[in-house]
Design a protein around this ligand. Structure first.
Ligand SMILES: O=C(O)CCC(=O)C(=O)O
Ligand SMILES: [Fe+2]
Length: 273
């Protein structure tokens, strides 16, 4: 119900009004200044955050995850992965428990700058409503999120993607259509071809993000985007979303945290207790 309510309201002014009302109920900590990238996200829908995790920490993350299983749609399991193409999977998702326990990741998700950007963009204290680490492996067949699409999680949300492997040409850059988050949202979700996107928004607005491991992106993924199919090498990405409300389609089972008690809070209540 909650999900469809927000989906049928496509008028941007009306959506902004609802966001404001919800934000007033939820509230936020008062701050004197706004995040320096706020205007970039508002205007373009995406901001490149630079290297948010240093190389040493990325190496620790990859080492930690290297003996953890990955799941294909939570069904097929592949034990341990490699950056070589596994024959039978196009992508693999780590369990949320492994992501939460992974060194550095929860600290990164909870960083004051990240929280501030999400808070400023949403206008209230954000809720962590999606968290995952996902491999994409080279394959002939793109999966759904590897075609241009819009997400539709909530009234408003900001999604963060942090590359945990180097992403250069052939390694599956994130592609975002700058400015496509503005205006009226379509009632029906659909996929967009590259030709359609270039014609409507201009080739110059189709932004491909390359970067060393540790590179971060913040994007309003109600705008058109995709993770390009990696042709040459596997790609590991940490992704998380800060939204106003929890995702209506997710079931959350908060797990006891190994982290200090003061790291458990309203923002991450769906994942930690
Ligand atoms: O992996 C990516 O670059 C984007 C995948 C995607 O569609 C998303 O995170 O919403
Ligand atoms: Fe998406």
């Amino acid at each position: 119900m909650a999900y469809y309510c927000q989906r049928i309201v496509t008028n941007p002014l009306l959506r902004a009004l609802v966001v404001r009302v919800l934000g007033t109920f939820i509230g936020r900590q008062a701050r004197g200044s706004v995040h320096p990238m706020l205007n970039i996200v508002k205007e373009r829908g995406i901001a490149q955050l630079g290297q948010v995790l240093n190389d040493e920490h990325c190496a620790e993350v990859v080492a930690y995850l290297s003996d953890k299983p990955v799941y294909d749609s939570h069904v097929r399991v592949k034990h341990a992965f490699s950056e070589d193409q596994p024959a039978d999977m196009s992508f693999g998702i780590h369990s949320i428990a492994d992501v939460i326990d992974c060194p550095h990741l929860l600290e990164l998700v909870s960083r004051p700058e990240i929280i501030q950007l999400a808070t400023d963009y949403l206008g209230c204290t954000p809720t962590l409503s999606c968290l995952g680490a996902q491999w994409s492996f080279p394959t002939e067949k793109p999966r759904i999120a590897q075609n241009f699409h819009r997400d539709s999680e909530d009234w408003k949300y900001l999604r963060f993607l942090i590359y945990l492997t180097d992403v250069d040409v052939g390694a599956g850059p994130h592609v975002y259509v700058a400015g496509s988050h503005k205006g009226k949202l379509p009632l029906r979700l659909k996929f967009y071809s590259s030709a359609e996107v270039s014609e409507r928004f201009g080739e110059e607005n189709v932004l491909k993000v390359y970067g060393k491991r540790g590179t971060g992106i913040a994007a309003d993924t109600s705008g058109i985007h995709k993770g390009e199919l990696p042709e040459l090498r596997a790609r590991l990405v940490l992704n998380f979303t800060y939204s106003i409300l929890p995702n209506a389609f997710s079931t959350y089972t908060p797990i006891p945290s190994r982290h200090p008690a003061d790291m458990v809070n309203y923002r991450n209540r769906l994942y930690l207790r």
